[in-house]
Design a protein around this ligand. Structure first.
Ligand SMILES: *Cc1c(COP(=O)(O)O)cnc(C)c1O
Length: 366
């Protein structure tokens, strides 16, 4: 064999891109992890029971392939959102849905658009597919430029609502305006809707161009299980079914997802605790005179101040100070629109107390 040149074998699209960089997942213990918006409490005990039951005494069920369509999970998702089961789709995390939507609906002539800032995985997925990616900046104060959205000519518009990384939630009228005016598919990424006051799934039956995605990672304490879903018109679901892996959710994930969505009481209590901690943290930032976006999620994006000023250096300085105290937040160094702030996931009351204590130390210059 001649000298093997791997680089020349990589597809055109992939040779030009770099992969997504997720938030840090430290190996060692002792961290206060407030960087990837995981649920600060364990999942419902019913989830643990369901997994144990599925594994059984000797794991015999694991010999067998799971339901290819994740049938029971789809039924449960549909029930949860009050839709017929034909409108639901199950996936290996909602990132899997995002990927499948791009695989099915984008190419070098069919582009993807989103608002800037939004979830930074979208451009990576678009590049893999060789699709053009359009970023539409917000006007001042997170106002949406509806004219630009309407005229961007993308095939699919990704709308992160509530928005990440700002945490800001747009009212349902805004979703409906975009979905009704945009001449293409609209994907509303609702990773954080369990912490918001509504879900756009109520619009799915009315609009054949709407896809709403959800995940058990943020609102159900199951980021480690990789369970996501989509709700859309059955014709869209049929297209997604064509491109997904034949068994895209394993057995344990399927039963865990069903159990989680069935236990509304447990999650209502835990989310209430998170929302109360969120309010207290917003009040803490008020007391410091720091700017933040009003949050509809389980995180807050804030801009720290030193000597009355905020800047990228100041944000980075606080991020690194906290990191040295083993308190991990998320800092987006390379994203111009948000590099002067930091994203903080809402943790347990004890975790938030440690965070506040460290911030006060930093602001006193110690
Ligand atoms: C975390 C997150 C996701 C991914 O969720 P998974 O189900 O864990 O893949 C999707 N969209 C946004 C906006 C997120 O923050």
């Amino acid at each position: 064999m001649k000298k093997f040149n791997l680089k020349s074998k990589i597809s055109n699209a992939v040779s030009k891109m770099s992969g997504y960089v997720p938030g840090e997942q430290p190996d060692s213990s002792g961290w206060i992890k407030l960087n990837t918006n995981e649920f600060p409490y364990p999942p419902s005990p019913k989830v643990v029971e369901a997994i144990a039951k599925e594994v059984g005494a000797n794991g015999a069920s694991l010999r067998l392939y799971p339901s290819p369509t994740s049938a029971k999970l789809r039924e449960q998702v549909a029930k949860y959102y009050n839709l017929p089961k034909e409108y639901a789709f199950g996936a290996n995390g909602s990132d899997d849905v995002l990927n499948l939507v791009i695989r099915a609906f984008a190419d070098d002539k069919k582009s993807i658009a989103t608002l800037d800032p939004s979830y930074s995985l979208y451009p990576v997925l678009a590049k893999i597919q060789g699709a053009n990616f359009i970023k539409i900046p917000f006007k001042k104060n997170l106002e949406i430029d509806f004219e630009k959205v309407k005229n961007c000519k993308a095939n699919v518009f990704f709308f992160t609502n509530p928005n990440a990384p700002t945490g800001f939630g747009f009212p349902i009228e805004v979703v409906e305006k975009i979905v009704s005016e945009f001449d293409g598919l609209v994907l509303v990424d609702e990773a954080y809707s369990p912490f918001a006051s509504y879900s756009a799934t109520s619009l799915v039956k009315k609009y054949p161009n709407l896809i709403v995605t959800g995940t058990s990672s943020k609102g159900w304490g199951l980021a480690g299980m990789r369970i996501g879903w989509a709700m859309a018109n059955p014709e869209i679901i049929e297209v997604l079914d064509r491109v997904r892996d034949s068994y895209n959710l394993d057995r344990l994930a399927q039963v865990a997802g069903v159990a989680a969505l069935s236990d509304k009481k447990y999650y209502a209590e835990k989310r209430k605790e998170i929302l109360s901690e969120r309010t207290k943290t917003e009040e803490f930032f008020d007391s410091l005179g720091w700017q933040y976006y009003k949050s509809s999620t389980n995180f807050i994006f804030f801009r720290p101040k030193r000597d009355g000023k905020s800047s990228a250096e100041i944000a980075k300085n606080l991020f690194e100070f906290l990191r040295s105290k083993k308190i991990l937040l998320r800092y987006f160094a390379s994203e111009k629109s948000v590099c002067d702030g930091i994203r903080l996931s809402i943790g347990t009351p004890a975790q938030m107390a440690s965070f506040k204590k460290a911030v006060l130390k930093w602001s006193k210059g110690k």
